[in-house]
Design a protein around this ligand. Structure first.
Ligand SMILES: NC(=O)c1ccc[n+]([C@@H]2O[C@H](COP(=O)([O-])OP(=O)(O)OC[C@H]3O[C@@H](n4cnc5c(N)ncnc54)[C@H](OP(=O)(O)O)[C@@H]3O)[C@@H](O)[C@H]2O)c1
Length: 294
């Protein structure tokens, strides 16, 4: 049994991985700003921290054996910028972990991390990953492709888009590839990484299929039993709309940065999970019935 602090433990990935870690017998501390609504797991400590300033971090990490660092944003809002949350946040967590004598950081990065500033999210995730890898704290880096499961952001947003619109826009040529991984499988992997201990390795992980954006739309359409026409829209035509959404809406369906990400492959080896973790991951097509709830 280990004592594990989970930064971002109240988010989508945090709730799923937290459940799996508890079932594996670990004792958890969930860390976050306390802004996230929704039920928190009972009997689990929650501590208020802000990774951008480092407030509360050292006290929250003291006495823990490992940290699962999950906090990141995929869209910028006010003070929650890519640089402050995804880069500086990881730097602050690594620094506090060193001061607290933590033996293992499991850092959630992302496939495609890239110093190229054209992809603001991926560049900041790259810098965050480098902060953890460059620290003296033993670590394991996980780089997943898109994650699916109850409460996800990407697939549930597409589901609402398909439900609400008679015509579905396919951004760009729709040929960029994704490799959806079930959040339940990522949770198994996290439990395994904690059991193995720090390796200072980087693991790219994805599900059993390489799917285009258009194929993902087709799978969701079939799951919902909805007939919808698809229309290819060039990214250049969608960009001004996304810029407008970004300026006017508190919670826009898509940001200009997310549109750019839709043009970039987000895949690794098809056998990445069996090869590195010894089990067959779940396919999105056979495991997306949860989308009926959205
Ligand atoms: N979802 C995917 O498909 C996917 C794919 C690849 C990689 N990832 C990576 O997986 C990780 C988790 O993503 P997610 O989808 O679970 O995100 P999420 O649902 O948005 O959760 C983010 C969590 O971070 C906390 N948080 C946000 N800002 C904070 C701050 N300044 N200080 C402390 N806590 C803060 C939030 O709680 P409060 O708002 O209450 O603070 C929440 O608990 C991220 O590193 C992401 O890059 C996700």
């Amino acid at each position: 049994m280990a004592r594990i602090a989970v930064t971002g433990g109240t988010g989508f990935v945090g709730l799923h991985t937290g459940r799996a870690l508890r079932q594996a017998g670990h004792q958890l501390r969930l860390l976050g700003r306390g802004r996230r609504r929704g039920p928190r797991p009972q009997g689990v400590d929650f501590l208020r921290v802000d990774v951008t300033t480092g407030d509360g971090l050292l006290d929250a990490l003291r006495g823990c054996d490992a940290v699962l660092h999950l906090v990141a944003v995929i869209r910028e809002r006010g003070a929650q910028t890519f640089d402050r949350v995804n880069r500086a946040g990881a730097e602050n967590v690594a620094q506090a972990a060193r001061q607290a004598g933590i033996g293992h950081i499991v850092h959630l990065s992302a496939i495609g991390v890239d110093p190229d500033p054209y992809y603001g999210y991926l560049a900041s995730k790259w810098a965050g990953e480098m902060a953890v890898r460059g620290s003296s704290v033993p670590h394991t880096v996980l780089r997943p492709s898109l994650l699916f499961g109850p409460g996800d952001g990407f697939f549930t947003t597409l589901t609402r888009l398909i439900r609400l619109n008679p015509v579905i826009p396919i951004v760009g040529n729709g040929r960029a590839l994704f490799q959806p991984l079930a959040v339940a499988d990522l949770s198994r992997i996290v439990v395994d990484c904690i059991a193995r201990g720090s390796s200072n390795d980087i693991h790219e992980v994805g599900g059993p299929d390489h799917l285009t954006y258009e194929e993902i739309i087709d799978i969701i359409r079939a799951e919902l039993g909805l007939r919808r026409r698809k229309v290819h829209v060039p990214v250049a035509a969608m960009l001004p709309i996304a810029v407008l959404f970004d300026r006017l809406l508190a919670n826009p369906p898509v940001t200009p940065g997310q549109l750019r990400l839709l043009k970039k492959n987000n895949i690794t080896r098809i056998d990445a999970v069996p090869r590195q973790f010894g089990f067959e991951p779940l396919s999105f097509a056979d495991n997306c019935s949860y989308l009926q709830e959205y």
